[in-house]
Design a protein around this ligand. Structure first.
Ligand code: F6P
Length: 500
């Protein structure tokens, strides 16, 4: 499929030209129902898309493109566990971790894997698990990188203070990261969990070795076995590191790293917040999976957000998209999305290996609100490169009694309006050019009812499916990442000689 040859693609190019002269504010003037017409709900999340360069006809044209790209068929293949990752010859069936597959044997195997790490997390939380000095293991340090870190770290912090053992994360090869985490720890009551799908990632294995040295230096003679655990898809590779088999938690090969927080890679989340919270996280994601699977494309939120991504990259030339969560506990969201979207969609050949004639993944970046207002919003309001922005807010903050949280949400809404309408919305005499803010800048206002496990599960599943939708339109494989290998290979040659 060469998408630019599709009549639906050509129709969108015409719509782009037609919308060029129409300001977002004019779209509101022409349609008093615009806000309700362009607001969509899925799994308790509400997305207001009315401040986009989008009219009804363009939305229908985008949906027509999705149908021409056979999105529904491709979606159903993904959700059924078909082989959608062509270059690695496997499914990308992370949804099966949230909704048990109909195949009972597969469902049983997944449930067994899940219950193993959730039971272990509950034993840690109850103080049942002790170290070799007899002290409860009340501190956990998770070492992992990329998908084995970003999602678990995001969700663990997003759910608030740990209600069980303290859980720290370390990912970087720079010792300052692990030292910083271990700095809070007593070796006699610390558990180190090594999380690596491949169990071959240099940074994580070096941090595992450094962690073992820390134990040996701080508590010479301490039997390390009760202080170590591992999560991987390659248990045979973990074995030589001396983990006790009952402390090696596994997940299937067909769960991609950046889609793995729902698996045993989420053990830090379950340890910090408990089995019930982890199951609610899965349930929230399962609700979004059901919406993605069943909602008509016209009101299917992952589909609409995915198509908006294509609209701005391919028809408006946006080279990046920004995400500003107005919630301190979501501060790790931009980093998580960078891996999810840029590692999934940063591709320049199609699924058959043919070079693409279109742009694909934009750079994804962001900062937490309201901090971003004092750094990047100058660029967003007056810069020369308008890009789509995603603003997230937590609705419960409006009525929680904490005035700062209510103000935070007012800032989020004000910024969305300011970007769309510009300073014209303020009225009064025209401003000098240097102070003028032109507006007409698109944004999504994404509202979570509250910052809890279900909403976060739904949110991250929304982003996963939105990413997949874009990969279908661009006809690329969202589930491999061959581009990361060259850096690792050259590194190996530098350290282990040309034959490495
Ligand atoms: O190098 C990129 C990558 O392979 C990511 O896809 C992955 O999430 C990360 O490294 C960590 O990999 P692992 O979990 O196998 O250690």
């Amino acid at each position: 499929m060469n998408v630019i040859e599709l009549p639906e693609w050509k129709a969108l190019a015409l719509r782009r030209r037609a919308l060029d002269e129409i300001r977002i504010s004019a779209l509101f003037d022409d349609d008093p129902q615009r806000t309700s017409r362009f607001t969509f709900e899925a799994a308790s999340l509400v997305a207001d898309l009315s401040r986009h360069r989008l009219d009804g006809g363009t939305l229908r044209a985008l949906i027509a493109l999705a149908r021409a790209a056979r999105l529904e068929t491709r979606r159903d293949e993904l959700l059924a566990g078909a082989i959608v990752n062509g270059t690695e010859g496997r499914p990308a069936w992370h949804t099966a971790l949230r909704t048990a597959p109909s195949d009972t044997a597969a469902a049983l195997a997944l449930a067994t894997q899940r219950d193993r790490f959730l039971d272990f997390a509950e034993q840690l939380r109850s103080g049942q698990l002790t170290g070799s000095a007899g002290l409860p293991l009340d501190t956990v340090v998770c070492i992992g990188i990329g998908g084995s870190d970003l999602g678990p770290r995001l969700v663990t912090e997003a759910l608030g203070p740990c209600s069980g053992p303290r859980v720290h994360f370390a990912s970087n090869l720079d010792p300052a990261d692990l030292d910083g985490a271990l700095g809070h720890c007593d070796p006699r009551s610390t558990l180190l969990i090594c999380i690596s799908k491949s169990f071959s990632t240099l940074e994580t294995l070096e941090n595992l070795r450094a962690g073992r040295r820390w134990f040996e230096q701080r508590a010479p003679g301490l039997n390390l076995a009760p202080h170590l655990a591992a999560v991987t898809s390659q248990p045979e590779r973990a074995a030589p590191f001396g983990f006790e088999p009952q402390r090696v938690f596994t997940f299937p090969e067909w769960v991609g790293g950046r889609y793995s927080l729902w698996s045993a890679c989420g053990i830090g989340i379950a340890t910090a917040h408990g089995r019930a919270a982890f199951l609610k996280l899965l349930d929230g994601a399962a609700q979004m999976d059901a919406h993605f699977a069943g909602a008509p494309l016209e009101s299917n939120l992952p589909v609409l957000l995915g198509l908006l991504g294509v609209w701005y990259v391919n028809f408006w030339g946006a080279q990046s998209r920004a995400v500003v969560p107005y919630a301190q506990r979501l501060r790790h969201l931009p980093a998580y999305l960078q891996q999810l979207e840029m590692e999934s969609l940063g591709k320049s050949v199609d699924r058959d290996g043919a070079p693409l004639a279109i742009d694909t993944a934009p750079a994804v970046w962001g900062e937490v609100g309201s901090n971003a207002q004092h750094s990047v919003f100058q660029w967003l309001h007056q810069g020369t490169l308008p890009i789509p922005l995603e603003i997230l807010l937590i609705e419960a903050s409006d009525r929680g009694g904490e005035p700062r949280l209510a103000l935070l949400n007012q800032f989020a809404r004000a910024q969305a309006d300011a970007l769309a309408w510009g300073d014209g919305v303020l009225g009064g005499p025209p401003r000098p050019a240097y102070a003028a803010t032109p507006g007409n800048r698109p944004s999504t206002l994404l509202r979570l009812p509250q910052l809890d496990a279900r909403s976060i599960g739904a949110l991250l599943a929304l982003y996963e499916h939105r990413t997949f939708v874009q990969s279908v339109i661009w006809n690329i494989n969202a589930f491999d990442q061959w581009g990361v290998e060259i850096g690792k290979q050259l590194m190996a040659r530098r350290t282990r000689g040309p034959d490495a």
